[in-house]
Design a binder for this molecule. Structure first.
Ligand code: PLP
Length: 411
C-alpha cells in the first residue's frame, strides 16, 4: 500500500507554532470522511475504528444528520435556557421510550463530563451528602468535578474521605463488606455511586451482571443514588439501547453522551420520575447549552434511525462477526491476547513495548485504531453500520501488520 504524508507534515510544520498541543497529534491531517472511512490531505484512505472519538454511530458525513442540522438551523437552533421548543419535548419523550421503566425525565447538555457533573451535583443536593463511590479503573470525564470520580489511568484522582474506589471485579461478598466499611468510615455520608457498566477507558473491563444486581441492592439498603454513566455504552453500543438493560435493574440516574450526538456535543441526564420530582424547579445545574433545540433534534434523529434501520440487530450480528475474527487473530498472532467486548465495543491486549510501532504500522496499512492502558489495550468502537467487508479488511490489515511487527520482534 502506497503511503505518503508529505503534505500533512508540511502543513503541520507551517502552523505548528500556533497550535496548542494538549495531546500528541497523529501525523495524518484528515480532510474528509464517508461512512467508516476517512481520507487525509495526502489522499491516504483509512478505516476509522474509533468512529471519531467514539461518537460517530452512523459513520462520517451521515447525510441524514446533514439534513436534520440544515433544517433545524433554518428554524431555530438555540434558545434561552428557560424556553421550550417542540424538539426538546419530542426528544424527552423519545428518551423515555428507549429507557422504558421509571427513568423518564431528561435534560440535554453538551459533554459527557458535564452530564456526570450534573448527575453528581443533583445526587448531592437530594441526599444532602457529599461522598461518591466509583470504580478504581473508571473514567467519568476531566472537568474538575467529574474528575473527582475518575479513578483510573493517567488522570486518576486519589481515594479520599469523599471519594472511594470500588474494584469492579469484587465478589458480591466483598462488595457488601466494602459498603459496610465505607458507610462507617464516612459517617454515612455517601450520596452516590457512579459506574460504567463496561469500563471503556479502563481497558474494556466487563464486570459481572451479579455485581450490578448486588450494587443496586446495596444502594437501596443504604439510600445511596445509583448513577450509570453510559457515555460510551449508551445508544446501542452494546446491542441494547443502554447497557443496564442487560442486567434487569435500573439506575436512579442515567448519563449519556458520544453516540447520541453523532460527533456534535450532545449529552443527557435522565432521572427516575420520583427522583426528578424532588429537585425540579430548583436551579442546581444551569448551562448556556441546556436543551438546545439542535441537540434535541439530533437525538430524536439518532433514535429514529437506529429503530428504522434495525441497527441494534446489525450491532449484534456484525459485532459477533467482529468478535469471532478477533478471536481467530488472537490464535494466529502470538502477541494478541485477551479479546473481549460485546456489541460494537471490543478490546484486545498487546505488549506495551510494541504498541506504538503496531499502531503506526497499522495506520500505514490503512486502519486507525487507539490504544488505552498506556498502550496495552487496543480499543475498537466502530460505527454501527460497519459491513462484513470492512471487518474483513480490518482483520487482513492486522494480520499483515503483525507479520512486520513479528519480524522486528522486540517483545
Ligand atoms: C464513560 C465516560 N464518561 C464520561 C466521559 C467524558 O465525556 P466527554 O469527553 O464528552 O466530557 C467519557 C469520555 O470518554 C467516558 O468514556
Amino acid at each position: 500500500m502506497h503511503y505518503n504524508l508529505k503534505k500533512s507534515i508540511n502543513m503541520y510544520e507551517d502552523a505548528k507554532k500556533y497550535v496548542f498541543e494538549a495531546t500528541k497529534f497523529s501525523n495524518a491531517i484528515l480532510e474528509r470522511g464517508n461512512g467508516c472511512y476517512v481520507w487525509d490531505i495526502d489522499g491516504n484512505k483509512y478505516l476509522d475504528l474509533n468512529s471519531g472519538q467514539f461518537c460517530l454511530s452512523f459513520g462520517h458525513n451521515d447525510e441524514g444528520l446533514q439534513d436534520v442540522i440544515s433544517k433545524q438551523l433554518k428554524k431555530i437552533y438555540h434558545t434561552n435556557t428557560a424556553t421550550l421548543t417542540p424538539q426538546v419535548l419530542k426528544a424527552c419523550k423519545d428518551m423515555a421510550e428507549i429507557t422504558g421503566g421509571s427513568l423518564n425525565k431528561t435534560i440535554f447538555l453538551s459533554t459527557g463530563s458535564e452530564a456526570n457533573e450534573c448527575a453528581i451535583r443533583y445526587a448531592r443536593f437530594i441526599t444532602q451528602k457529599t461522598g461518591v463511590l466509583s470504580f478504581s479503573q473508571g473514567y467519568h470525564g476531566l472537568t474538575l468535578g467529574s474528575q473527582q470520580s475518575t479513578m483510573g489511568g493517567a488522570w486518576a484522582r486519589p481515594q479520599s474521605t469523599t471519594n472511594y474506589s470500588i474494584d469492579c471485579f469484587s465478589t458480591t461478598k466483598e462488595l457488601e463488606q466494602f459498603f459496610e466499611k465505607v458507610i462507617k468510615e464516612s459517617n454515612d455520608n455517601i450520596a452516590a455511586v457512579i459506574v460504567e457498566p463496561i469500563l471503556a477507558v479502563g481497558g474494556i473491563l466487563i464486570p459481572k451482571k451479579q455485581f450490578f444486581i448486588k450494587l443496586r441492592e446495596l444502594c437501596d439498603k443504604y439510600a445511596i443514588l445509583l448513577i450509570f454513566d453510559e457515555c460510551q455504552t449508551g445508544f446501542g453500543r452494546t446491542g441494547k439501547w443502554f447497557c443496564y438493560q442487560h442486567f434487569g435493574i435500573e439506575p436512579d440516574i442515567l448519563t449519556c453522551a458520544k453516540a447520541m450526538g453523532l460527533g456534535l456535543a450532545v449529552s443527557s441526564v435522565t432521572f427516575k420520575t420520583e427522583i426528578a420530582q424532588k429537585i425540579e424547579g430548583k436551579i442546581v445545574h444551569f448551562s448556556s447549552h441546556q436543551n438546545d433545540p439542535l441537540s434535541c433534534a439530533i437525538t430524536s434523529y439518532v433514535i429514529n434511525r437506529i429503530k428504522n434501520d434495525n441497527l441494534l440487530k446489525n450491532i449484534k450480528t456484525m459485532g459477533s462477526y467482529l468478535y469471532s475474527q478477533l478471536l481467530n487473530l488472537s490464535k494466529e498472532v502470538e502477541f494478541i491476547s485477551g479479546v473481549r467486548g460485546t456489541g460494537m465495543l471490543y478490546g484486545f491486549d498487546i505488549p506495551q513495548e510494541i504498541s506504538k510501532d503496531f499502531l503506526s504500522e497499522l495506520q500505514k496499512n490503512g486502519v486507525l485504531l487507539q490504544a488505552i492502558r498506556q498502550g496495552r489495550t487496543c480499543r475498537l468502537s466502530p460505527c454501527y453500520n460497519i459491513r462484513k467487508e470492512d471487518i474483513d479488511f480490518l482483520t487482513n490489515q492486522i494480520r499483515e501488520t503483525s507479520k512486520i511487527i513479528s519480524c522486528n520482534k522486540k517483545y
